[in-house]
Design a protein around this ligand. Structure first.
Ligand SMILES: [Zn+2]
Ligand SMILES: [Zn+2]
Length: 88
């Protein structure tokens, strides 16, 4: 296994930039999930925070059942993991 020290400056820089991008991505995913939740609350669905921590934001599925590589197996859901609250 190669250690950090074996990386060139360009490679280190590439990792640093990737980390910054993914930090930004996660921040955006969280804010998308927050908007999605308040939109659902405003629509009268009232699923409230904490009620179903892994509920789907795209349908009425109340808990994610699947794996990171396979979409939710809940009846009528079939959305992937990142579409569910709590996985951003
Ligand atoms: Zn689901
Ligand atoms: Zn769904």
């Amino acid at each position: 296994m190669r250690s950090e020290d074996d990386l060139t400056d360009d490679q280190k820089k590439a990792f640093e930039q990737n980390e910054a991008d993914f930090t930004e991505l996660k921040k955006r995913m969280r804010s998308f999930a927050e908007s999605a939740n308040s939109r659902l609350d405003a629509s009268g669905l009232h699923r409230g925070p904490g009620t179903h921590p892994n509920r789907c934001l795209l349908c009425r599925c109340t808990a994610f059942q699947g794996t990171p590589d396979h979409p939710c197996t809940t009846y009528n859901c079939h959305h992937d993991m990142t579409s569910h609250d709590g996985y951003q």
